[in-house]
Design a protein around this ligand. Structure first.
Ligand code: NAP
Length: 490
């Protein structure tokens, strides 16, 4: 525990590895610092897992698996329900912890704490509804019986941008299905994962069912590769970049590990000439600025019909201009710092490129303010050519490039011209057009006149190189089960 962190957040945040229900420093005793991105100062020193520690965690999860898989679904549901209640009671503390280690504004952090808790509630409700099927074989000779069984030890790897929700979106369905897990959080945000493990222990999760190992960035590849090579691991659920996702898919091939992959996005936000512009601006603020643009679902490219482009950009710029930049933990902050120096460098580079040779015109922002921390101003770039480099990259920052169009077919073609396919946004008052365009967009999810799609009750996931499988909804639970077919005769 760290006293400062406790006074900052109101939570007793463990800083050790959590393996088999024990908190410890790991075999090597190494640690690494977790930085506050608003001050660049250390919040805590946390245990740095080695590959051997990670294998200990796999062994603990494997030992705990039979008991947990045999637990009555109702009992698993009650534990998840308790986790929901505890997290709801402590949502302010979790919000403060996330604002501290991730840098997001308290407003975003509060929304995430509530969203994260909802996965416990949703999967508490789903845990008792895992159904099989029974049918008569077409030949009439026998019956076909199918059951859903827990897939086994699940390795859960999460990014730093939603430290609580990305963890609960995996832990809750895994536990509901009867799986045990090892969670590897991102280097930048391990504290929320440790606090989550402590909460789950308090909610009644038996020892070894949930394990958490954190590592410094340089160690992540080795620690994860060791677990991927252990054939007790039967499931990988990864949320992170497409680049790392590809590496893990290759590793999964060796032991034929079942994979759910939530990867990068490059969301188009298409505004037609018949759109409700104030509603589109509202949606754009959510889709672009939630989490300071550090979201896989963040609107990355705005395709705006020429007829409404001036109106949209001037209203959007006015809203962006009014945002208050500051430390996430400061009440009233709208836009916190980016998570680290590398992200700040990347965002600055993309803006320079888009406005230099890229030909875009800065309407607002376009620079890092002169202050300590990884801050970047809210930025709007108009008249970006449809082939500019910024439109291919995941910006992951508060930067909105606008491309003007006149033809619906061009907008759809440009929107689909990417390897990604996570989410798209469409604004139009014409429902037929909205549905037609939604069908044509190559994305796992579409926000039709809505700037936010995330919902624990909805299937979240991407097509193309944005991922495999779905999280949330009933589908999210099935990702942690295997179908067993029993050919039966009576
Ligand atoms: P990342 O670099 O891919 O890292 C994700 C996780 O993988 C972290 O825990 C990271 O650990 C670990 N990792 C990194 N390199 C690894 C390797 N070689 N082998 C095994 N594990 C490795 O992504 P990020 O920067 O944290 O997160 C941003 C990305 O996540 C964006 O692309 C975003 O779109 C995506 N994302 C997708 C969704 C979705 O639902 N589709 C949701 C949120 C975010 P370290 O932190 O120690 O490097």
């Amino acid at each position: 525990m760290t006293a400062d962190l406790t006074s900052l957040t109101g939570l007793d945040v463990p800083t050790g590895l959590y393996v088999g229900g024990q908190w410890g420093r790991g075999r090597g005793g190494a640690t690494f610092p977790v930085l506050d991105p608003a001050t660049e100062e250390s919040l805590a020193e946390v245990a740095d897992a080695s590959a051997a520690d990670a294998i200990d965690a796999v062994a603990a999860a494997h030992d705990a698996l039979p008991g947990w898989a045999a637990t009555a679904p109702r009992q698993r549901a009650e534990i998840l329900r308790t986790a929901f209640e505890l997290m709801t009671q402590r949502s302010e503390q979790f919000a403060r912890l996330m604002a501290a280690e991730n840098g997001k504004s308290l407003r975003d952090a509060r929304a995430e704490a509530a969203y994260a808790a909802e996965f416990f509630r949703w999967y508490a409700e789903e845990a008792v509804r895992i159904e099989g099927t029974l049918m008569r074989a077409p030949s009439g000779a026998n019956r076909i019986l199918t059951l859903r069984q827990p897939i086994g030890v699940s390795l859960l790897i999460t990014p730093w941008n939603f430290p609580a929700a990305m963890a609960t979106r995996k832990i809750a369905p895994a536990l509901a299905a009867g799986c045990s897990v090892v969670l590897k959080p991102a280097e930048d945000t391990p504290l929320t994962a440790f606090a989550m493990a402590a909460l789950l222990e308090e909610a009644g999760v038996p020892r070894g069912v949930v394990n958490v190992v954190a590592t410094r960035r340089e160690g992540a590849a080795g620690v994860v590769a060791a677990m991927m090579a252990d054939d007790r691991v039967r499931k990988l659920s990864f949320t992170g970049s497409t680049q790392v996702g590809r590496i893990l898919l290759r590793q999964a091939a060796d032991s034929v590990i079942n994979c759910s992959m939530e990867l990068g996005g490059n969301a188009p936000f298409v505004i037609f000439e018949d759109a409700d512009i104030p509603a589109a601006v509202e949606g754009a603020m959510l889709a672009k600025m939630r989490n300071g643009g550090e979201a896989c679902t963040a609107a990355n490219r705005f395709y705006v019909h020429e007829a409404v482009a001036d109106e949209f950009t001037s209203e959007f710029a006015a809203r962006l201009r009014a945002l208050r930049v500051g430390p996430g933990l400061e009440e009233g902050t709208d836009l916190g710092p980016l998570v680290n120096q590398a992200t700040l460098d990347k965002v600055s580079g993309l803006v320079a490129d888009a406005t230099g040779n890229g030909g875009g015109k800065i309407v607002l922002g376009g620079q890092a303010p002169d202050r300590k921390g990884y801050f970047y101003d809210a930025t709007l770039i108009d008249a970006v050519p449809s082939d500019a480099g910024i439109l291919d990259a995941e910006i992951f920052g508060p930067v909105a490039p606008v491309v003007r169009f006149t033809d619906e077919a061009d907008a759809i073609r440009w929107a689909n011209d990417t390897e990604y396919g996570l989410v798209s946004y469409v604004y139009t008052r014409d429902l037929a057009r909205g549905l037609r365009v939604s069908e044509a967009l190559e994305a796992g999810m579409v926000g039709l006149n809505r700037g936010l799609v995330s919902d624990p009750a909805a299937p979240f996931g991407g097509v193309k190189q944005s991922g495999l499988g779905r999280e949330g909804a009933g589908e999210g639970l099935l990702e942690y089960t295997e179908t067993k077919y029993i050919a039966t005769d009576w």
